[in-house]
Write a protein that binds this ligand. Structure first.
Ligand code: HEM
Ligand SMILES: [Cu+2]
Length: 564
């Protein structure tokens, strides 16, 4: 194994960190904004977590009376909305903001002030959502189906706050996406073609197009809903069509799943090669399949609506597209596993999270495809099987990838290493806790337990499985608290990281940790997708390697086991 030496002269000490609170308010540095997104996401993750622990306590035994029905409705609405829009989205925008300019060798985003504006819109969206507590929180679920979300059935102002919050956050996210697109197109380092971009940047780039095309559908739906609610309009009520809401919502809602998962895939595609000491297997396939997914993510949206009762050809079309999207997704999983294959694997904490990601995400993907089989969907829709499925994708998938990224990039962001020992204990608690919470919910769903119920009767097995799920949730929560403690302590006392502690190959590791304002003192030349490898191995650079396969398509013998 070879570890790349540090390729740059050491840059001067970073002078760009805001030192006091008011500077945080006015900063336009992409790294500061990235950190603020991460902090915002962590804060709301905590809030969404407390909400869900209350829900799990209520569900711990049959006939429990800790929460009332209405309170439970408010909690799951706030939990779902918070986790998606205020925890996961800000965290992935935080990584995108922090890393994209560094990975492509840029000084900052194309429009730094717009970038800051996007952040503050998101933050104020969060404030508005929680201001609803004063007026009665929203209670129509995170997808706010009409007519439940219309005035006659949801008369408090909560749903109006909810809609206003989502509109504001949507605007912020869209502006950020446009900024990312322009930054990527205009500010890549000399020599970095689109197909040489690090995979995280590549996926964030593609993701920004999904954002730009998906969010308008949500915004339109929200405005129509407000016309109904505030002005007595009839889009989704009184002769309008409640199903219209579902079309608008899921035309945003399914791409949203990929909006959350693409950056996660990007992180995994950075972490796996570094800790296998091999280049990613099939770079072009990993990158290219992302494009297929971007298109298909819109084409599958009505698989959330099979229970509506479409005509048969419509059902078939959406079932088929849903099965189809498993192909480019499967390509990615195959490429990650092939990268692990015969690599010299280092089981660091980021790598552990990445491996858990692959297993759990694949599992969640398979239960997802099972819904494309219509009779299965009709049987299991709105049951705990669905809750189990989407938590495997969103938490076992996305959130585990974000935790992988956190442990991988913490040294770059703070200059210090997280404790590996602490990290491993937390990893096992989080992984066992997570699987404990959600694995049994597949069984509960198949036994007939509906979702969104605040309590349930004492049917055989229901009480025991729910109790197991609740206890596991606390193990999981404890693991997350340990992670937080690890962050706080290591930030002050952790081992000094240096520029490139993991021996990685992309440009963000070619500058100091944390990077100075303007990011780089001098950029190394970029000729392949692994510039730091090329720099460290002038005798064997990526861009001069003969193809790995001979003319018959077999891997050449000297390529087998070759560490690149
Ligand atoms: C900390 C671990 C978590 C636990 C224990 C948990 C548990 C739950 C529970 C019990 C429900 C209510 C199910 C129902 O009554 O239908 C729920 C709903 C939901 N959760 Fe989580 N969750 C967790 C993390 C997350 C994360 C990380 C996300 C997203 C990224 C998320 C997204 C959602 C969504 C979208 C809903 C649906 C809300 C709705 O029905 O409107 N959860 N979760
Ligand atoms: Cu979907």
């Amino acid at each position: 194994m070879t570890t790349a030496p540090l390729p740059t002269e050491t840059a001067p000490a970073p002078a760009s960190r805001p030192r006091n609170f008011t500077r945080w308010l006015s900063t336009t540095d992409h790294k500061d904004i990235g950190m603020m997104y991460l902090a915002l996401g962590a804060l709301f993750f905590l809030i969404g977590g407390v909400e869900v622990l209350m829900m799990r306590l209520q569900l711990a035994r049959p006939g429990n009376t800790l929460l009332q029905a209405t309170t439970y409705n408010e909690f799951f609405t706030l939990h779902g909305t918070t986790m998606i829009f205020l925890a996961v989205m800000p965290i992935l925008l935080g990584f995108s903001n922090y890393l994209l300019p560094l990975q492509i060798g840029a000084k900052d985003m194309a429009f730094p002030r717009l970038n800051a504006f996007g952040f503050w819109l998101t933050a104020f969206g969060g404030v508005i959502l929680y201001l609803s507590l004063l007026e009665g929180p929203p209670d129509a679920g995170w997808f706010a189906y009409a007519p439940l979300s219309e005035r006659p059935f949801s008369s408090s102002l909560g749903t109006d706050f909810w809609a206003a919050a989502l509109l504001m956050m949507g605007m912020g996210t869209t502006l950020t996406a446009l900024n990312i697109i322009i930054t990527t197109v205009r500010y890549r380092a000399v020599g970095m073609g689109l197909w040489k971009m690090p995979l995280f940047s590549w996926m964030v780039f593609v993701n920004s197009f999904i954002i730009a095309f998906a969010l308008p559908s949500l915004s339109a739906a929200l405005i129509m809903l407000e016309v109904d609610r505030a002005l007595g309009g009839r889009f989704f009520q009184g002769g309008g069509s409640p199903v219209l809401w579902q079309h608008y919502f899921w035309l945003f809602g399914h791409p949203e799943v990929y909006i959350m998962v693409l950056p996660a895939w990007g992180i995994i595609s950075e972490v796996i090669p570094v800790f296998s000491r091999k280049p990613i297997f099939g770079y072009k396939f990993v990158a290219g399949s992302t494009l297929a997914i971007a298109v298909l993510s819109f084409a599958v949206y009505a698989h959330h609506m099979f229970a509506v009762g479409f005509a048969r050809p419509v059902n078939l079309a959406f079932a088929a597209s849903t099965m189809l999207i498993a192909i480019p997704t499967g390509i990615k999983v195959t490429n990650w596993v092939a990268t692990l294959w015969k690599g010299s694997i280092r089981l660091t904490v980021p790598m552990l999270y990445a491996i858990a990601f692959i297993v759990q995400f694949t599992f969640g993907g398979i239960t997802g495809v099972s819904f494309a089989v219509l009779p299965i969907d009709w049987q299991l829709t709105d049951s705990y099987y669905v809750v189990a499925h989407f938590h495997y994708v969103l938490m076992g998938g996305t959130l585990f990838a974000l935790l992988s990224g956190l442990h991988f990039y913490f040294p770059k962001m703070t200059g210090r290493m997280l404790s590996e020992g602490f990290g491993k204990i937390a990893f096992w608690m989080i992984t066992l806790g997570f699987n404990g919470v959600f694995l049994v919910q597949h069984a509960l769903g198949m036994m007939g337990m509906p979702r969104r119920v605040y309590t349930y009767p004492d049917l055989p097995g229901w009480g025991a499985l729910n109790l197991f799920s609740t206890v596991s949730a606390f193990v999981l929560a404890l693991g997350l608290v340990l992670t937080l403690i690890n962050i706080v302590i290591s930030w002050r006392l952790g081992r000094i990281a240096g520029d490139n502690p993991w021996g990685a190959w992309t440009l963000e590791w070619a500058t100091t940790s944390p990077p100075p304002k303007g990011n780089f003192v001098r950029l190394p030349p970029v000729k392949s997708s692994r510039p730091l490898w090329d720099l460290a191995h002038p005798e064997d650079p990526d861009h001069q390697r003969p193809p790995r396969h001979d003319q018959q398509g077999h891997i050449r013998p000297e390529e087998r086991n070759h560490e690149r």
